[in-house]
Design a protein around this ligand. Structure first.
Ligand code: SF4
Ligand code: SF4
Length: 141
């Protein structure tokens, strides 16, 4: 039996072209829905990456309960930044696939979560290339 290996984000891009929802957080536009609780109790918005500034630490569950961290000022700042990334990308033809990229990327690039994702030019080339190939393949059938 042939094994089919799933390749993200390639798989998410191809299925996204057919309106299937992606699995990757940065393609879902739902970054601010994630919560990371580190072994030391610190609460951060993202488990994948360590954010460089205390500005993005929401609290610590050993000091106060989780709902306090979720309602903290830092959590509010992060959610607002997440909303801004989506408004920045609203006019992009690839917004339906990308939804603004990764907030972490822009924070480490410019310490501004509402700045453009530094990989944006690469995303645009990759989306255009894959969409072109998918169109070509569909023209064969
Ligand atoms: S910061 Fe990036 S990697 Fe982390 S949850 Fe948000 S979109 Fe995903
Ligand atoms: S490709 Fe660039 S402009 Fe378009 S949605 Fe993604 S980050 Fe925004």
């Amino acid at each position: 039996m042939m094994m089919v290996k799933k390749m993200s984000p390639f798989e998410d891009i191809v299925t996204g072209l057919f309106d299937y929802p992606p699995r990757l957080c940065w393609m879902r536009g739902t970054c601010a829905m994630f919560i990371c609780i580190e072994p030391d109790g610190d609460v951060w918005p993202c488990c994948d990456r360590t954010l460089p500034s205390e500005t993005y630490r929401w609290g610590n569950v050993l000091d106060k309960d989780l709902s306090t961290a979720i309602k903290s000022r830092n959590a509010h700042v992060f959610r607002e930044a997440d909303k801004k990334r989506q408004s920045f990308c609203m006019r992009c033809e690839w917004a339906f696939l990308c939804r603004g990229g990764c907030v972490y990327h822009r924070i480490i690039q410019s310490d501004a979560a509402d700045a453009p994702d530094p990989f944006c030019p690469a995303y645009q080339k990759i989306f255009a290339h894959i969409a072109g190939r998918v169109d070509e393949i569909l023209s064969w059938v």
